[in-house]
Design a protein around this ligand. Structure first.
Ligand SMILES: C[S@@+](CC[C@H](N)C(=O)[O-])C[C@H]1O[C@@H](n2cnc3c(N)ncnc32)[C@H](O)[C@@H]1O
Length: 288
């Protein structure tokens, strides 16, 4: 017998309405693919289209489902594959076509990632948006460099700033940044590093204040150059560090001497087959 189920008219009407599109603004974390959230991995696997930035690691891109179209939006310093207005327009168009879109950005979308601007455009165009936060470079990179951003003995606050200075000096609150007992994390500060260090000293920070630059933090290519405000720029230049780099300034940088775990853990594990805690018994004991 062929039983036909009669669907109520309201359900039939809903079935004819196209599925509304949506944009997920997703943070991909700082590099190590295992720092991605479970939610980010889920929406990446289910997306129809993924529009991604330069700093997203290849292993994170592997989580995109085979059905999804990939659009590279670029945005290296001085080399933007798509203009911001074009990216906004593409996101709006795809969502209005009913697509499930992931806008994938390095770190966290709301920290120096223009996620706020993109979301404003989408909301203004009536597009439904969800934000999936990511681990921002300050948190991920400092952790893998063995630098706690706050510490009761050294820093009671932490400030994230952009070092992308238009004229090398004007835009930051240097006097505020130079105040003691805080940590400063500088994104995009590599090319202006010498000016940044000089301004902090001019505004009263000790030239001997510890500071470090971390290149490609949380990845196997991580490199850390540490020094003081007086010599950091020179050391970084001599080491040939390249973008992406994060600068950390403050007394907490000194703690790296005893808390540097990432490279040691990798080497220890490779050499002995041990995990990070057994490879460094003195650190494990200290934190037991
Ligand atoms: C345009 S900002 C994007 C920041 C991102 N939205 C976040 O929350 O981390 C790019 C800057 O983040 C920093 N950055 C991002 N990933 C990094 C990494 N793995 N190592 C060092 N710095 C990184 C660098 O300062 C780089 O120039």
């Amino acid at each position: 017998m062929n039983a036909r189920v009669e669907l109520p008219p309201a359900v039939l009407r809903m079935a004819r309405v196209p599925r509304p599109g949506k944009v997920h603004l997703v943070g991909a974390g700082p590099g190590d693919p295992e720092l991605l959230t479970l939610k980010a991995a889920r929406v990446l696997g289910a997306a129809d289209v993924v529009v991604y930035d330069h700093l997203v690691s290849p292993q994170v891109l592997e989580l995109i489902g085979p059905q999804a179209r990939r659009i590279y939006a670029g945005k290296q310093r001085n080399h933007h594959t798509m203009k911001q207005e074009e990216i906004n327009a593409v996101l709006v168009r795809l969502a209005k076509q009913g697509r499930q879109v992931v806008r994938l950005k390095g770190g966290d979308p709301f920290i120096f990632g223009r996620g706020g601007e993109e979301m404003q455009e989408l909301v203004a165009a009536g597009v439904c948006v969800e934000v999936v936060p990511g681990i921002t470079a300050a948190c991920g990179v400092s952790a893998y460099a063995g630098i706690p951003l706050t510490h009761r003995d050294h820093a009671q606050s932490c400030t994230f700033v952009t070092g992308h200075l238009k004229d090398g000096s004007a835009e930051l609150d240097w006097a505020g940044l130079a105040r003691p007992r805080q940590t400063i994390v500088i994104y995009m500060g590599l090319s202006a590093l010498a000016q940044i260090c000089a301004r902090l000293v001019e505004h009263g920070m000790a030239p001997g204040m510890p500071a470090a630059v971390v290149q490609q933090g949380t990845t196997p290519h991580q490199r850390v150059v540490s020094g003081t405000l007086a010599d950091l720029a020179q050391r970084v230049e001599a080491a040939g560090l390249e973008s992406p780099c994060l600068t950390i300034v403050g007394e907490v940088v000194r703690l790296r001497e005893s808390l540097d775990w990432y490279i040691a853990a990798e080497q220890g594990a490779a050499a002995t087959g041990a995990n990070a805690s057994t490879a460094q018994p003195e650190l494990s004991a200290a934190f037991a």
